[in-house]
Design a binder for this molecule. Sequence first.
Ligand SMILES: Nc1ncnc2c1ncn2[C@@H]1O[C@H](COP(=O)(O)OP(=O)(O)OP(=O)(O)O)[C@@H](O)[C@H]1O
Ligand SMILES: [Mg+2]
Length: 270
Amino acid sequence: MNTKIVSFCNQKGGVGKTSTTALVAYNLSKMGYKTLVLDFDPQANMTSLMLKTKSQNADDIEVINNTLMNAIKKDENLLDTVIPISDNLYLIPNAVDFSLYGRFLENTFEQEKDKVSFLSKLLKRDLVGHFDFIFIDVPPTLSLQNDTAYFACDDIIIVLQTQQHSLDGAEDLIDYIQDTIIDEFGSNVIVIGVLPVLSKRGAAVDAVILKKAEELWGNDVLKTHIHLMERVKRMDITGITDNPHDTWDQRTLNTYKNVAKELVNKIKEE
Ligand SMILES: Nc1ncnc2c1ncn2[C@@H]1O[C@H](COP(=O)(O)OP(=O)(O)OP(=O)(O)O)[C@@H](O)[C@H]1O
Ligand SMILES: [Mg+2]
């Protein structure tokens, strides 16, 4: 399989991008796909979640002695920043110094196209070919920084919270990707799906928004819907837990496994 670079995107904060990315990536790794998660957010939530996941099965604490920003500035091979988390699952961690990335791009390149395509070239040079999937976990902004991530992707899944303004936000983001990232800068990225994240179990507004989403995007709306699960929140503290005898672990993981399967099928149909 060729490497697929994928991102779960929404310009809004706290909609479940990082949790979804982590749990889909974890499931793909269990399905046998060699999967890398690139933490692209100086908040480093993904880094913290993955390192907690790792520490459940390892005695020694992972020491990160280089940062992504540093590796980029010194033009080091990104493969050297990869940390193994579990079988088939890998992480490139992030740290707060990554907030300088936008400035680095502005100072390093003159042409807008060179700024936006920087990450894509770097991933092709160092990481593409080494993994089946590379997930980029982006922060909640529309910015040059995220443009480089969207540009580098093969496939984007829009995370849609089922609220009216989220529907508008998702439409805006899809237009932005089409007009700016694809038409203006020439990326080959495809918006491959829209993942509904429900606000409350059984809430009437969810059904209304889901119907509107299906009218707008048809089959691009994933059949799997993410509902609120306490176990996902707990994993912020514990890391990803996968106890075969724990029903809640298994139910939670299974939801995201269905997203992983849909993603694989959509990619096969491309
Ligand atoms: N399905 C879910 N059920 C319950 N809680 C969830 C679910 N998905 C995510 N959460 C919780 O919601 C919070 C925000 O999730 P997450 O960090 O994944 O969002 P995000 O979109 O990545 O945020 P940011 O934009 O800040 O990066 C976290 O505490 C997370 O545990
Ligand atoms: Mg996040």
